[in-house]
Design a protein around this ligand. Structure first.
Ligand SMILES: [Mn+2]
Length: 246
């Protein structure tokens, strides 16, 4: 079995909420690890992450320990960066043994072509400002400069402020409904016209949705702040979206 989850946003909300989310997530990792060939974490696992050469953010020890334990046992964990944790460096790969991807990928799993992407920056071609910001945020040089110029405590304070602001603006823009997922479905439609894909898996929109249209299958994973959801690809190659605890 292959499992997919995204947008856990560890560290978001108050301390109590953050703890509860982490406990649920680690419990889920334990559950699915029983029969998982691989676990795909499809971006925004952390609400904010910035890594210095010798310094990583405090917290998340249960998650980091669990990931290390699973990969030590031979469970493959595939970690996609999202827009909240795009500055993940080599620490998670070295210390926790996860495979890290920073861009969309296609995998062949149980005989099916599965396209996996966090889902941010998928349609930025006609949008110069977004494209520019994307280049700035992903620049290795700027990241290096930032890490030498900005004290870690200040970087964390900035990051949490930025992350909270981005989540709030998302909420204010009409909350979460199915229409949020339309741009990614449109992307999948266009992509599938020229590529062979059986299942698309996206995160980012914080709205769980299982969309089928003819041969097109697009799964949006939702987020873990309110109603955790995940997807599972079974041995027959079928993919299903599930709500945790149901
Ligand atoms: Mn997110």
């Amino acid at each position: 079995m292959y499992y997919f989850a995204s947008d856990i946003h560890l560290g978001a909300g108050g301390e109590a909420q953050a703890k509860q989310t982490e406990r649920r997530f680690v419990g889920w990792l334990d559950d699915v690890a029983r029969d998982a060939e691989a676990i795909f974490l499809v971006g925004d696992v952390f609400d904010f992450w910035f890594e210095y050469r010798g310094v990583v953010p405090k917290g998340f020890v249960r998650t980091l320990g669990k990931l290390a334990e699973l990969t030590d046992r031979g469970v493959r964990v595939v970690f996609f960066t999202g827009n909240h944790d795009m500055w993940v460096g080599e620490y998670l790969a070295r210390e926790c043994g996860v495979e890290i991807y920073t861009s969309p990928q296609q995998f062949c799993l149980n005989g099916r072509h599965v396209f996996v992407a966090h889902g941010d920056n998928m349609n930025i071609d006609g949008q110069p400002m977004l494209k520019f910001l994307n280049t700035v945020f992903r620049s290795r040089t700027l990241r290096w400069l930032f890490s030498w110029l900005v004290h870690p405590d200040l970087a964390m304070r900035f990051g949490h402020w930025w992350s909270g602001k981005s989540r709030k603006s998302h909420n204010a823009a009409g909350g979460f409904d199915a229409s949020l997922t339309e741009p990614l479905i449109e992307y999948a439609r266009r992509y599938a016209a020229t590529h062979e894909v059986d299942h698309f898996v996206f995160g980012h929109m914080h709205f769980p949705r299982d969309f089928r249209e003819g041969g097109l299958h697009v799964v949006n994973l939702g987020c873990w702040e309110k109603r955790p959801a995940y997807a599972v690809l079974d041995a027959s190659g079928e993919m299903t979206l599930k709500i945790l605890g149901q």
